[in-house]
Design a binder for this molecule. Structure first.
Ligand code: AMP
Ligand code: ZN
Length: 140
């Protein structure tokens, strides 16, 4: 997968500032950090989307992100909170098509945030939630 920048990083053909590596995953500094200390955790084996990712590897990415979150809190990086973020698909904001979990240290006034749709705040009636739950359950 020569055209994938994250595969190139795993293969040591492109530079990265690694903080962690093992047989399943790697974690390194985001080249364009949202905040200082912003990390990415990626599987070593290419998977463009979540559907292609072995769930055991997915679980491992999360476990490593938990460790990194703790390390960030104990480091000199300003870290009063953490966001874990994963964009799966273009519409979700994915720009690099090799699965990656963002670990973003947060501090008061850092300027980062989520934007919600205009009708956010409305609480759908229970029967509506139940109907959506049923359709998702049916797909499991
Ligand atoms: P996403 O929008 O979730 O696909 O995020 C892609 C992330 O990868 C962005 O935060 C980029 O700054 C980051 N990124 C892209 N290329 C590199 C690279 N060569 N090294 C480190 N981070 C990168
Ligand atoms: Zn890749």
């Amino acid at each position: 997968m020569a055209s994938c920048i994250f595969c190139e990083i795993v293969a040591n053909r492109q530079p990265a500032s690694f903080v962690y590596r093992d047989e399943l995953c790697a974690a390194f500094m985001d080249i364009q950090p949202v905040t200082r200390g912003h990390l990415l955790v990626i599987p070593n084996r290419h998977a463009a989307f979540l559907v292609e990712l072995d769930p055991r590897v997915g679980g491992h990415l999360f476990a490593v992100a938990q460790r990194l979150a703790q390390a960030l809190r104990e480091s000199e990086v300003r870290c009063e909170g953490i966001n874990l973020f994963l964009a799966d698909g273009t519409v979700a904001g994915q720009e690099v098509f090799h699965v990656h979990l963002h670990v973003i240290p947060r501090h008061r006034g850092d300027g980062f945030g989520l934007r919600f749709p205009p009708d956010y705040g409305r609480r759908p009636p229970r029967h509506e939630l139940d109907a959506v739950a049923e359709s998702i359950r049916a797909a499991l």
